[in-house]
Design a protein around this ligand. Structure first.
Ligand SMILES: [Zn+2]
Length: 139
């Protein structure tokens, strides 16, 4: 009988392989955070059924993802105005999104491991670094 890997294990392996060819820039955006630059400050966009929609536009200067922060201008019962946060909208570059992230347990952990691997120079270098630390603990 053929031994087949569990679907989750297969998904992890597929993601590991896909991450190896992701650019350093995209990997930093995934593993650290986007570097948001304000491209348009808060402004009133339109009047919706729920109130005035206010947006702020940001762009990552590393991967060019665009984020539109959206909020509703409200007045509370004391007539104090405030902005209620709505879900932001994102526009990613076409090659940024990875189907391989789907169905993987804790995909960010795999992203960070790929970052460690690039930082140290591959799996063999990681193993050497681990052994070196272990040797320091024992002596
Ligand atoms: Zn980015």
């Amino acid at each position: 009988m053929a031994v087949t890997a569990a679907p989750e294990a297969q998904a992890s392996t597929t993601l590991v392989q896909a991450l190896r060819v992701v650019s350093d820039e995209y990997l930093d955006c995934r593993g650290i955070a986007h570097r948001w630059q304000k491209t348009r400050d808060l402004h009133v966009v339109e009047l919706t059924e729920d109130g005035h929609l206010v947006e702020r536009h940001l762009e990552c200067d590393r991967c060019t993802t665009i984020r539109r922060d959206r909020q509703l201008l409200r007045s509370d019962r004391w007539n104090v105005q405030r902005l209620e946060r709505l879900h932001p909208l994102y526009e990613y570059p076409a090659d940024y999104l990875m189907q391989e992230m789907r169905g993987v347990d804790h995909p960010k952990e795999l992203v960070r491991f790929e970052q460690l691997s690039r930082s140290l120079g591959g799996k063999a270098a990681i193993n050497r670094a681990i052994k070196k630390v272990e040797a320091n603990v024992e002596s």
